[in-house]
Ligand binder design. Structure first.
Ligand SMILES: NC(=O)c1ccc[n+]([C@@H]2O[C@H](COP(=O)([O-])OP(=O)(O)OC[C@H]3O[C@@H](n4cnc5c(N)ncnc54)[C@H](OP(=O)(O)O)[C@@H]3O)[C@@H](O)[C@H]2O)c1
Length: 260
């Protein structure tokens, strides 16, 4: 399958590498920054492009992996350039497939290929463990995306807009928010001149325990124990940091309310 890769960020890089690795043909890589496009394109045996007007109109699949806010604009440009009866998909968890019909009504075949994982360029993802959510406006394209996705992961799910929005919301809590809490933990340790690596086994065990049961059953800490004195002590330690005090209070209250 000839694939035009639009974007050269985290997702484009890892998806591009994986698709290339399983033998798909990456024809072009687009980035507004020519050097970024060239760097990824060279790796994938593709042609670098920094102008959307130069994107081919005869790829089998257009994989749009750009910022959520730019998907509509890119799709509209593709339609204006004459990409009409080709399959155009985005990789966003938060963006409805319906966006295509609003931003680029000329596109006849649209879809989504959303890998449910956190991607950063510096870390190699293990695609065999990544759920890939697929959807398409046409049944035959849903099947096409399903087989493409099965080439890169055994975990492929047909997921509609509403289900994907639900997944993405949950993903923000379990990944984005927990990671920010790790960053808060790191800053708190700095005050005591303590290294973050001391927290790593605790973080890893928190996740590891989920193999033994649901998260609610694994909850520990002062809130679930109703240890009021400890909670008050922690809040005093956060004096002068009202945002952190509020986060601490809100999460503690929510833990208590969830275990009544
Ligand atoms: N990162 C994740 O963990 C993850 C996981 C699943 C899905 N996603 C989804 O995958 C998509 C890409 O995310 P990412 O993490 O790969 O983002 P990223 O690393 O920040 O890369 C974003 C890309 O978007 C391009 N871009 C931004 N504004 C643009 C515009 N106006 N026109 C054209 N290109 C534009 C950037 O282009 P330049 O190279 O020109 O700067 C860059 O190549 C998003 O829809 C995101 O929701 C991300």
């Amino acid at each position: 399958m000839k694939i035009a890769l639009i974007g050269a960020g985290n997702v484009a890089t890892h998806l591009g590498r994986k698709l290339f690795g399983v033998g798909e043909e990456l024809t072009q890589v687009f980035s507004r920054n020519w050097l970024k496009a060239k760097q990824l394109a060279d790796e994938l045996g593709a042609v670098p492009v920094d102008d959307l007007a130069e994107i081919t109109t005869v790829a089998d699949l257009y994989l749009i992996a750009v910022h959520d806010d730019a998907i509509g604009e890119v799709a509209a440009r593709l339609a204006d350039n004459g990409v009409v009866d080709r399959l155009v998909v985005h990789t966003s968890g938060a963006t409805p497939m319906q966006l295509f019909s609003e931003a680029a009504p000329g596109l006849e075949r649209v879809g989504v290929l959303y890998p449910l994982q956190t991607f950063s360029k510096i870390r190699q993802p293990d695609f065999t463990k990544i759920p890939i959510c697929v959807d398409a406006s046409q049944t035959s394209d849903r099947e096409l995306l399903r087989s493409l996705a099965l080439n890169i992961s055994p975990h492929v799910y047909p997921i509609n807009d509403q289900q994907r929005a639900t997944l993405h919301l949950a993903a923000v809590f379990v990944n984005n928010f927990t990671n920010h809490l790790f960053a808060i933990g790191e800053n708190i340790l700095k005050v005591g001149d303590l290294p973050f690596e001391m927290l790593l086994p605790l973080i890893q065990e928190t996740v590891g325990k989920l193999e033994n049961g649901p998260p609610a059953a694994m909850q520990t800490g002062p809130a679930i124990r109703h240890d009021e004195a400890t909670i008050e002590r922690h809040l005093r330690q956060l004096d002068g940091q009202p945002d952190l005090q509020e986060i601490y209070r809100l999460i503690s209250q929510n833990i208590i309310a969830s275990h009544l």
